[in-house]
Design a protein around this ligand. Structure first.
Ligand code: ATP
Ligand code: MG
Length: 294
């Protein structure tokens, strides 16, 4: 392999756009065009390998890529179904593409909960994760393995329930199905094999991970500025989520008011702003933070 760090990413689909956006926010400059398998990052020694998400864990495990971004659900499924032990593990959670792998069935059918599953058929594209769940819970059911359109299985009569990915639940609802049990919660993750990287690649990966961390943190972090009565500063600070020591600045021409500025590590909701106002805070501004490095 070259000394360019190679990152396996989903080419197209629910993970792809957010993965590209994350890397762009980390300062990588690249363009994704048409059918190419490899995209070069212009300003860093990094190549992007653009593939189907199911292939990402094995590409990382087999050294076709140094790292990859994939749904945890796909990683766990590959770990459970691969012939040999899969050499790919989570290095970092990325917080996007959140979804659940859930069991669901028709409201009118005979399966309404986990205890009804014995002796029934369950359609899924996740035989590994589902098989493990059934074994762990001592449930004897038949797996009907499908490649897609799992939500149609009950209505065409090939299974009594399904085990599929759910985010909003709209697809289930449109097919008259209701989820009754979550067996795995998933988000996008950065994965890596146990192999050692060259010193140059390791340093680059380290830098990339620090930037990713900064991007994730800054997405949740806000800068708040407000004017407050001096005697309410303590109460107001206590209301600010995840801020330890705010900056207090005197206000010209005012003895009883000060300006308060703080970094809040959690989102600030309208309710908090209303509570701040009730304590006497005025001219409240909440600003996004573009980049962070600590
Ligand atoms: P590929 O063509 O790369 O194999 P795919 O059809 O298998 O793509 P997508 O539907 O693009 O996969 O989903 C990719 C990943 O996005 C999923 O494995 C999961 O981690 C995540 N995801 C988030 N929300 C959902 C959802 N509602 N349904 C399916 N996947 C979701
Ligand atoms: Mg796939």
């Amino acid at each position: 392999m070259t000394d360019r760090l190679r990152i396996a990413l989903q080419k197209k689909g629910r993970l792809a756009d957010d993965s590209f956006a994350l890397l762009k926010k980390c300062g990588l400059r690249f363009a994704i065009r048409g059918g190419g398998l490899l995209a070069r990052v212009k300003n860093m020694p990094i190549d992007l390998l653009l593939v189907r998400d199911d292939d990402i864990p094995s590409f990382v495990a087999n050294d076709a890529a140094d790292i990859g971004i994939v749904g945890e659900n796909v990683l766990v499924e590959e770990q459970l179904t691969s012939q040999d032990e899969l050499n790919a593990n989570i290095t970092m959670r990325l917080g996007f593409s959140r979804c659940k792998l859930s069991l669901a069935a028709a409201d009118t059918g005979k399966v309404q909960s986990v205890t009804d599953l014995n002796g029934t058929r369950i359609a899924t594209t996740y035989p590994g994760v589902l098989g493990q769940y059934l074994r762990d819970n001592n449930i004897k059911a038949k797996l009907v393995e499908m490649k897609g359109a799992v939500e149609l299985a009950p209505s065409i009569g090939i299974a009594e329930s399904i085990c599929d990915l759910v985010s909003s639940g709209a697809t289930l609802e449109a097919n008259g199905l209701t989820a009754f049990k979550t067996i795995l919660e998933s988000e996008a993750v950065l994965i890596q094999s146990g192999r050692e990287l060259s010193a140059a690649k390791a340093a680059l990966l380290d830098k990339l991970m620090r930037r990713i961390d900064g991007v994730i943190k800054s997405a949740e972090t806000k800068y708040i500025m407000l004017n407050a009565p001096k005697d309410k500063v303590k109460a107001i600070t206590e209301l600010l989520p995840g801020s330890d020591s705010p900056t207090i600045i005197p206000l010209a021409g005012s003895d009883d008011l000060v300006a308060l500025q703080a970094v809040c590590t959690e989102n600030i909701f309208w309710e908090t702003l209303e509570d701040l106002k009730a304590l006497g805070a005025r001219a409240i501004l909440v600003l996004p933070i573009e980049k962070m490095m600590s």
